[in-house]
Design a protein around this ligand. Structure first.
Ligand code: SF4
Ligand code: SF4
Length: 140
């Protein structure tokens, strides 16, 4: 059910990488691709060739061979942390999660930051989450 009022509680937990391990795709915006390539010191075209699968409307990371969901998850955490894609930077403040109590509770089953720390107005969280709709217009 959509929730637009009330509060949620969330503080990302140091050292946690659970949201990088759950099954799913990592989507990049054009700016994310540019920033990640620059951060890694490779040409944008080379970065795309190695990591990105393009559909008509989306750019998603190719799955790594073997186990794992993301090429950039290393022992110490996200190896492109300063330039990680929008969806990673905003998680779990995604419209479909903060606006839906049931989905928020489901997310809490793997995200240990939910229910800890700061109380945040749902309206404020939705404002932050709205960046998802501009970053990935094909999904919203
Ligand atoms: S699962 Fe939650 S607490 Fe863990 S890194 Fe992701 S957002 Fe932070
Ligand atoms: S890019 Fe970084 S934050 Fe995003 S899923 Fe991969 S390791 Fe996690």
């Amino acid at each position: 059910m959509a929730a637009t009022s009330g509060t949620i509680q969330f503080t990302c937990q140091p050292g946690c990488t659970k949201c990088c391990e759950v099954t799913g795709y990592v989507y990049f915006t054009e700016a994310d691709i540019r920033n990640a390539a620059r951060f890694l010191g490779v040409a944008k075209a080379a970065f795309e060739k190695q990591y990105i699968y393009r559909t008509a409307h989306q750019r998603r990371m190719r799955k790594p061979r073997g186990k794992g969901q993301c090429h950039f998850l290393k022992d110490g955490g996200c190896s492109i942390h300063p330039v990680k894609p929008v969806q990673c930077r905003l998680f779990p403040f995604w419209p479909e999660l903060v606006g839906d109590r049931k989905e928020w509770r489901k997310t809490a089953s793997f995200c240990p930051g939910i229910g800890k720390g700061e109380l945040i107005q749902i309206g404020t969280a939705l404002e932050q989450a709205s960046e998802m709709t501009t970053a990935y217009p094909g999904f919203y």
